[in-house]
Design a protein around this ligand. Structure first.
Ligand code: NAD
Length: 512
């Protein structure tokens, strides 16, 4: 049997992974090119599944789920233990896959794999989390117990910016809970999802329990409306998240849909400015700003704090290194994912300037690599000062290496800038004052808060999610919320025959 990666190399086209094997897209079907963002060259293409192809994958996943759902939780967890080992063994291979299609630096890609691996480690312990509850003698001779059963077929629709980590936020928990899973990766970087499917098979997962269907809206629409799919996990931009949530829920599914972000960092006058500048450089420009937890707005409190912050960032931006994420020595920042996205990010620099913001550093003028990288999707880091709420560069998610500074007169104004935004994924405060940090953590409206920590991504055994338009649906990703999302509760009340023998029919509400 050809592996998914061999298949891509042989045909130049990535197909799907169904029922334990890599298959080609249907003859004559639609496809989309895949690029190496560091060179701008097309490397291969990905098949886009038709509605009929997705229909067959769902049928397969539904059939495979029956046996997997009945498999003892401990045996399911043992597959996760083996999967963990295989991810560790294939760490570099997975990271290289990410860098070649996404563009982020190799060590950043390795970090992404680790953050996904941590969810697999969490999933190894799931038998403990789904053991249910038991209350003996809830009434005389009556016992009650609850169990958490699988939902059935679950689907995950994932964004381009974390092609390993985000699928691993979802699939290990769904699988360990006894579900089958259909992954619909981003069509911009689908190879990593195919490699995860190979590793799960090698770990001993029965065929058909984990499937990858590559595609676009046509494929997603089938997953959202087919009655055999019980749960949809989505991560991506807000307009799509909102549409996924409405359509999926209207078709009776449980849906968790994580959307876009505009994460603010408040910088108090007492913050250690060197550390803050370093932290913001990594948080704003790392992974070229293509992180849902990137800091894209800094809110310094007081003019003097703002002047020091802007001067520090401007200085540091002069030495920011940009290049192919696989080159040596490794640059600090790689290219953007596509030419279109790079051009869109660049267009915001004109939009902000026209709105009256001060473009302190223009990333279009930075040194980008030449030679075979001359056509790569590069842009340097940019810095806007004197941005005001209401400007598009503040209200919209740019999702690139652009940091906006919104100056605030005091703590209250800073807090109202953050709380006034429609996105509420993560936020951070930089200060040495425990009272300011505590008050901020309590009053800020966001799902994840960092105190002197720029990117406060919760560990795998906590749950991840924003508020407001950064998330639709009740439950967050991974951690305990994910176990609730991928299981349905059943509560059984038991009275054994002695009680029935003693009494006749009861016509009043039982009160135990
Ligand atoms: P996107 O919304 O364009 O795509 C996400 C997924 O949805 C992809 O699989 C894509 O194929 C699919 N899709 C796109 N358009 C669709 C449509 N009309 N109907 C059905 N499916 C569709 O997002 P992206 O550009 O891949 O990723 C970047 C976005 O993801 C940013 O907004 C970022 O903030 C967000 N993101 C959020 C989080 C979070 O945890 N909140 C994490 C990572 C990324």
């Amino acid at each position: 049997m050809a592996t998914a990666s061999q298949d891509a190399a042989a045909t130049g086209q990535i197909g799907h992974y169904v029922n334990g094997e890599a298959i080609a897209g249907a003859p004559g079907g639609r496809s989309q090119p895949i690029y190496n963002p560091a060179t701008g060259a097309q490397t291969h293409s990905v098949a886009l599944a038709s509605a009929e192809e997705v229909d067959r994958v769902i049928a397969n996943a539904a059939e495979a789920q029956v046996g997997w759902g009945a498999t003892p939780p401990l045996r399911r967890a043992r597959v996760m233990f083996r999967f963990k080992e295989l991810i560790e063994r294939n760490h570099d291979r997975l990271a290289e896959c990410i860098t070649r299609e996404h563009g982020k630096t190799f060590s950043d890609a390795k970090g992404e794999v680790i953050r996904g691996l941590e969810v697999v480690e969490f999933a190894c312990g799931i038998p403990h989390l789904i053991k249910g509850e038991h209350s003996p003698n809830v009434g005389t001779g009556v016992d009650s117990h609850s169990m958490q059963q699988p939902v059935g077929v679950c689907a995950g629709i994932t964004p381009f910016n974390f092609p390993v980590m985000v699928p691993l936020w979802m699939a290990p928990v769904a699988l360990a809970c006894g579900n089958s899973f259909i992954l619909k990766p981003s069509e911009k970087d689908p190879s990593a999802g195919m490699l995860l499917a190979e590793l799960l098979k090698e770990a001993g997962l029965p065929d058909g329990v984990f499937n990858v269907v590559n595609g676009d809206k046509e494929a997603v629409d089938v997953l959202l409306t087919d009655p055999r799919v019980g749960a949809i996990s989505f991560v991506g931009s807000t307009p799509i998240a909102q549409a996924i949530y409405s359509t999926g829920s209207a078709h009776g599914k449980r849906v968790q849909a994580l959307g876009g972000a505009k994460n603010h960092a408040v910088v108090m006058p007492d913050a250690d400015m060197d550390q803050t500048v370093d932290a913001l450089m990594g948080a704003a420009y790392g992974s070229a700003g293509e992180r849902c937890m990137a800091i894209s707005v800094a809110v310094p409190v007081g003019e003097e704090t703002a002047d020091r912050l802007v001067a520090g960032l401007k200085d540091r931006l002069q030495t920011l290194t940009i290049g192919d994420g696989l080159s040596e020595p490794e640059p600090e920042m790689g290219p953007l994912v596509t030419r279109e996205h790079r051009d869109k990010v660049a267009s915001y620099l004109d939009i902000g300037a026209a709105e009256g913001a001060e473009l302190v550093v223009d990333g279009r003028q930075g040194a980008v690599p030449g030679g075979e990288h001359a056509n790569g999707f590069f842009i340097g880091g940019s810095l806007f000062d004197r941005v005001r709420p209401g400007m598009r560069v503040h209200s919209e998610e740019i999702f690139g290496p652009v940091l906006s500074v919104v100056r605030a007169a005091d703590f209250e104004e800073a807090l109202s800038v953050v709380n006034g935004h429609e996105f509420a994924n993560g936020t951070a405060i930089f200060t040495r004052d425990g009272d300011a940090a505590r008050t901020y953590s309590e009053r800020v409206e966001a799902g994840m808060v960092g105190v002197n920590v720029p990117i406060p991504v919760p560990m795998a055994f906590h749950s991840f999610g924003g508020w407001k338009h950064s998330r639709f649906g009740v439950l967050h990703a991974h951690g305990p919320d994910a176990v609730r999302f991928y299981t349905q509760m059943k509560t059984i009340t038991t009275r054994w025959p002695k009680g029935v023998r003693d009494g006749g029919s009861q016509f009043v509400m039982p009160t135990m």
